[in-house]
Design a protein around this ligand. Sequence first.
Ligand code: HPA
Ligand code: ZN
Length: 342
Amino acid sequence: MATNNPVLDFALSCPKAELHMHIEGSLEPELAFALAQRNGIAFPYVDSEALRAAYNFADLQSFLDLYYACADVLRTEADFRDLMLAYLERAQADGIVHTEIFFDPQTHTARGITFETVLKGLEAGAAEGNARFGITSRLIVCFLRHLSEDEGFAMLAQVEPFIDRIHGFGLDSSERGHPSAKFERLFARCRALGKPVVAHAGEEGPPAYIYEALDLLKVSRIDHGVRASEDPDLMQRLAREQIPLTVCPLSNIRLCVFEQMELHTLPKLLEAGLKVTLNSDDPAYFGGYLGDNIRAVQAAFDWDAKTWYKLARNSLEASFASAEQKADWIAGLDEQFNSLAV
Ligand code: HPA
Ligand code: ZN
């Protein structure tokens, strides 16, 4: 919907990619209740309002506890399809043309749901989303870092028969106490399979965790990375190597990484020339989708259209889409930017 602010309108409507979004984190309370009912599961909240009231997090772990509990309502291929389609419908409203979606297979296989069920459901939702909204989607399997590397290898063995349908691998869940170094062999295997790898690093963990993700896991992008600002050498390296950072502003506020948006390191990261992208992380839990993140950031920093152009362009360039596809999107972005009268 148009606002009376042309810069914000441009930021919201221009073509962009979302590269850091956990599909399980897009499970809205209303859908969670509908799926619980459909699957005959008792839910420990009386209604979606009561569930939403529990979204009061002190840190990453307090969020993850609820996030994994809610994921229990996802049981069938149709559940995963519905989840994906609901997200893509929201994504379209925010100008998203391409999305690279994280999912956590270990959360589901631990409950007896096969990897194939999850994959087929997500693919069905993505295919329907592409037909209805024109959005292209890729799937990134995330390993849970609070589990062991051996458990990661066991998961990878279940993924390998479907490897052509997976576009990359990531690392998520509890960061503190679970540095990237724990997964060096597993990520080497993922890269040997010809897939790009990414990792959450520097969300709650210190800059050392970002160095490990770069040097030991050899990631193509850093998810979050907002604590890089504490290390000037790391800032210089990230800028020089143009390593994309998938920053999630509302997530960082809701998980108390920063007290308020005005204290976020985003302006510092941008001023230092880092390849920053904006993303929603777990939109159902953190107060909104990509558009809500854009509105919150703009309210705090009042950036000009050029900055928003740069962020959108970064997201398209940092994606794993083909060079031709990127050039096409960027041409559309350029056209919209050049027609702006601000
Ligand atoms: N950080 C780590 N793990 C996660 C997150 C996050 O923000 N969201 C879902 N899993
Ligand atoms: Zn995340």
